[in-house]
Design a protein around this ligand. Structure first.
Ligand SMILES: Cc1cc2nc3c(=O)[nH]c(=O)nc-3n(C[C@H](O)[C@H](O)[C@H](O)COP(=O)(O)OP(=O)(O)OC[C@H]3O[C@@H](n4cnc5c(N)ncnc54)[C@H](O)[C@@H]3O)c2cc1C
Ligand code: FES
Length: 264
């Protein structure tokens, strides 16, 4: 299906940690969106033609929440958006996490750095399923997040959705070290793992979760966002039936892949 560009109105934006912004948009785009899906946000500066991929941190029928870090010019221009401004958004894009795999299972949600925002959407949906006795509800949810320091953005909302473990690079909050160090310290067991974060973290998650089902959200650099440019391919373990090469497009085949499908 061709993805449409929609003009959305900015409802609200605030800085929630150093260089990290929480943006709310008025739009029906997020209705039916799944955790792990993303949108492409077009920078206001017309000199930047390509949309910037940003994961959905939360969504309902009338609004989208995006939490992002300023990385360069595109995200810096997003941070200048004010209530009432309009912004073009492409999407909703990507496949999202297969949350039905969580049914009846011990679930681990893992986020590292700017991979944390989509895990809040997943945590919120799964905790609501538990509360409602939904057929696909997990048995329990543990959330593990890795931050640089004590600026643990979104942690209050995450802890309202399940048992939250924190790891920080500098040891100023939670366990000093990586998300894997925090897991080992708490001796957490899991049947299913959903994770989003930098590649070294996803690699470690894949190894740690060898006996669990793992679903990893990759954040490759993207250009078109809709499968046309091959700018975002990742290496796969199996050969693609059409292209006969071992790769997949993160924007349309992902960004979520089963751990065994991808080579990191
Ligand atoms: C599916 C997906 C979901 C994402 N979700 C989020 C999110 O929820 N919040 C968020 O803050 N960011 C997210 N990102 C990353 C975000 O898209 C980039 O930070 C952004 O596009 C950078 O644009 P820029 O113009 O500000 O910086 P640029 O000038 O384009 O780049 C600045 C620096 O960031 C690096 N960079 C750019 N894109 C990426 C990337 N994808 N991964 C790693 N490094 C990159 C560049 O190499 C460069 O060093 C996501 C990326 C993908 C692919
Ligand atoms: S970004 Fe163009 S194919 Fe994925």
């Amino acid at each position: 299906m061709k993805k449409q560009k929609s003009c959305c109105r900015v409802l609200f934006q605030e800085q929630i940690a150093a260089g990290i912004f929480d943006l709310r948009l008025e739009t029906a785009l997020g209705s039916g969106a799944r955790p792990g899906q993303f949108v492409g946000v077009f920078p206001k500066d017309g000199a930047m033609l390509l949309p910037r991929p940003v994961s959905i941190c939360d969504a309902d029928d009338t609004s989208l929440r995006l939490v992002y870090r300023i990385a360069g010019k595109g995200t810096a221009s997003m941070s200048a958006l004010r209530p009432g401004d309009s912004v073009d958004v492409l999407g909703v894009l990507g496949n999202g996490f297969p949350l039905e795999e969580a049914a009846g299972k011990q679930v681990l949600l893992m986020g590292g750095g700017i991979g944390i925002p989509p895990m809040l959407f997943a945590a919120r949906v799964l905790s609501e399923r538990i509360a409602a006795g939904h057929a696909d509800a997990p048995a329990a949810v543990t959330i593990v997040c890795g931050y640089r320091d004590a600026e643990t953005f979104l942690s209050e909302e995450l802890s309202a959705c399940g048992n939250l473990l924190i790891a920080t690079d500098d040891g100023s909050a939670g366990t000093q070290g990586t998300v894997i160090d925090a897991l080992r310290a708490a001796e957490v067991k899991a049947d299913v793992i959903f994770a989003c974060g930098p590649k070294p973290m996803l690699s470690a998650v894949k190894e740690y979760g060898a006996s669990a089902r793992t679903f990893l959200s990759l954040e490759e650099r993207m250009a078109c966002g809709v499968g046309a440019c091959l700018g975002c391919v990742c290496k796969t373990t199996e050969t693609d039936a059409h292209s006969h090469v071992r790769n997949a497009r993160v924007c349309t085949d992902g960004p979520v892949f089963a751990g065994e499908e991808v080579s990191l």
